[in-house]
Design a protein around this ligand. Sequence first.
Ligand code: 856
Length: 297
Amino acid sequence: MPTTATHPRTPVRALVRLAVAAVLATGGALAVPSAAAADNPYQRGPAPTVAVLEASRGPFATSSYSVSALSVTGFGGGVVYYPTSTAEGTFGAVAISPGYTATWSSLSWLGPRIASHGFVVIGIETNTLLDQPDSRGRQLLAALDYLVQRSSVRGRIDAGRLAVAGHSMGGGGSLEAAAARPSLQAAVPLAPWNLDKTWSGVRVPTLIVGGESDSIAPVATHAVPFYTSIPASSEKAYLELNGASHFFPQTVNTPTARQTVAWLKRFVDDDTRYEQFLCPGPSGSAVDEYRNTCPSS
Ligand code: 856
């Protein structure tokens, strides 16, 4: 592993963050809980269980508000979901894009689902319904910039702990965003669609979820080559859902939610309590295949 890796498997990032947090804590306005601070300043919420990850909501109550397209630049507005309480400190943030001709409403179950595990989430509307993956990638980054710089919840967010996700052309957009902004902490493309098959420049920890029976973005020509092209030195995982169509992210999908939340917790929060859900990965009748870069021992 190169010593310059942005996302080492070892807890180096956690140590850096601890040092940064120690400096920031002197001027910080929000309370940092003592229980989490000793090991990981970004740990939030109780110890995870499969039952909590598979429940319709996580441990945090959430609120939401709509963002008008007229009030922002670079994307089409959307909906922000956030943990209501500030008692545990700040959170990471995730921007999510819908697919071609689709609006955020097609994925909106993911907003409160992810936010309730301790993230600020923005589900975006795109500038036009026909925007392509490269544009969707830029819009995801514009939405994150809005969240941390101008939104009314900016004080609840750690600007260095950001992630992207999306469905289909939005999933292809999340790969574009990860390639363009290596400081992102995680990417989760769902049934991703992109004409570009090679993502060898991606260093962002990336979980790709594909559907075995997807005939719009077949995994053999989209999700699998995308996954394979990401270097093995990057954190990556591939979950293929048994018999799932292209549209599996558009209704509540428990394996997708469980793995997405675990991935975000592990890499946005550096929360190693979630490693148990990533290595080994999920099994059972819903899972056709799982690949990862887990340690082999
Ligand atoms: C829901 C992406 C040639 O490409 C296509 O036909 C195609 C169709 C749909 C999508 C997509 O983003 O679907 C998500 O709208 C590519």
